[in-house]
Design a protein around this ligand. Structure first.
Ligand SMILES: *Cc1c(COP(=O)(O)O)cnc(C)c1O
Length: 392
């Protein structure tokens, strides 16, 4: 282990950097979970979470990671033999679809055009062809954390409406929940899935499902084969002891409360603007680096590049060597290319507790590593990022 001075910085797309305030809030002894302040604190979380999701519907909370929240969404709405349409734009929608398949669902897939987001027109055409309305649910990811793509969730809703299709619209917002705008009710999303370890700046361990009345009606009709993932007991605010189907995740609740307080202090609009500004800084740097060598954006459609993670293709520059150098010598952890050639891709996470010094530090460190590697690229990425932020 080399001796490090200063903090090692984590720039992976989740789990993200935990603010000191959140860590302090979590560092406490166990408390009474049946009565007292923890009960009020827990109830205070739901309005805040629903505000971020833009919904008046139910918020079901689980001790789980994102995969658990995926299962929670599926167990309550899908039964063996049901048809599910997966809108694939990277690894994550595929993973969610695979869980539906394991439950016995018949999975149909529309694959997004290479290096672009989901094509709403293709969704409309596919749904129009389903005249018998066999498709029961549509699964899509708002930001795919592997490819770095941002999908236009509202546009896909309009496509579903244009085809007059009744399928349940289910959206995975895990990568960007609380980082980019999302309006569950206004955009007609029936089920939203999120988790606490990315934009919500809390250690991994809490998964969230938001469900509207239509989704609840599906639950009533569908039943739920699992006691743990069942929405019903968790949706009853009077049955506190059932909210977590057992012991409450005490420290996580204190941590999430603090993170949501921080978010309220900054304001959602300011948080979205900060993510957009810092994402544009990252994109300015990547564009500059690419002028003199093989580095390029994985997502070619500039309007579909997400504000939370950027996936960079490196051509003949070895991305593993770059990542190792950053990790072992330069106190920076970058994201591995997933679902892509790991030697030819890396990812920069820019979500959650990030600001100008951290993002400019990440970009400067990547530029330092590229310089030390003596590979083909254009220097001046940091300068481009600075200009981008200054012009805001
Ligand atoms: C991180 C992520 C997941 C998986 O979450 P886990 O906590 O690792 O299970 C799913 N979908 C998206 C879009 C993600 O970014």
């Amino acid at each position: 282990m080399p001796i490090e001075t200063g903090r090692h910085f984590l720039a992976i797309p989740g789990p993200t950097v935990i603010p000191d305030r959140v860590m302090r809030a979590m560092n406490r002894p166990m408390t009474n979970i049946y009565e007292g302040p923890l009960i009020d604190l827990t109830h205070s979380l739901f309005p805040d979470l629903k505000k971020i999701a833009g919904t008046e519907g139910h918020c079901l909370t689980y001790i789980s990671n994102g995969h658990g929240a995926w299962d929670a969404a599926l167990f309550n709405t899908i039964s063996a033999g049901d048809t599910v349409l997966v809108l694939e734009s990277g690894r994550f929608a595929v993973g969610w679809g695979a869980m539906a398949e394991q439950m016995g669902a018949v999975v149909e897939t529309i694959t997004a055009p290479a290096r672009r987001g989901v094509d709403a027109a293709a969704v409309e055409a596919h749904l129009r062809a389903d005249t018998a309305h066999k498709i029961k649910a549509i699964l899509v990811v708002q930001v795919d954390t592997a490819t770095g793509v941002w999908n236009d969730i509202h546009a896909i809703r309009r496509a579903i409406d244009a085809a007059q299709h009744p399928a349940l619209y289910m959206v995975d917002c895990i990568a960007c929940f609380g980082c980019v705008p999302f309006e569950m009710d206004k955009w007609g999303v029936d089920v939203t899935v999120a988790a606490c370890q990315k934009g919500l700046m809390t250690p991994p361990g809490l998964g969230f499902v938001f469900a509207n009345q239509k989704a609840m009606a599906h639950r009533m009709q569908n039943g739920c084969l699992s006691g743990y993932w069942d929405w019903l007991p968790r949706a009853d605010p009077d049955m506190y002891y059932k909210l977590f189907c057992g012991t409450a995740p005490v420290n996580h609740l204190f941590g999430l409360r603090e993170a949501l307080d921080m978010m309220a202090e900054e304001g959602l609009g300011a948080i979205y603007a900060r993510h957009n500004r810092l994402a544009r800084a990252v994109r300015a740097a990547v564009a500059r680096w690419g002028e003199g060598g093989p580095l390029e954006f994985n997502i070619t459609d500039s309007a579909a590049r997400s504000d939370v993670v950027t996936t960079i293709l490196t051509g003949d520059v070895d991305a593993q060597v770059l990542r190792r150098m950053c990790e072992d010598e330069l106190c920076l952890t970058l994201g591995l290319g997933i679902g892509l050639d790991a030697n030819g891709a890396f990812r920069i996470g820019h979500m959650g507790h990030v600001n100008e010094p951290t993002i400019l530090g990440v970009l400067g460190t990547v530029e330092l590593a590229l310089t030390k590697m003596r590979v083909g690229f254009s220097a001046g990425g940091v300068e481009a990022a600075v200009s981008e932020i200054a012009s805001d």
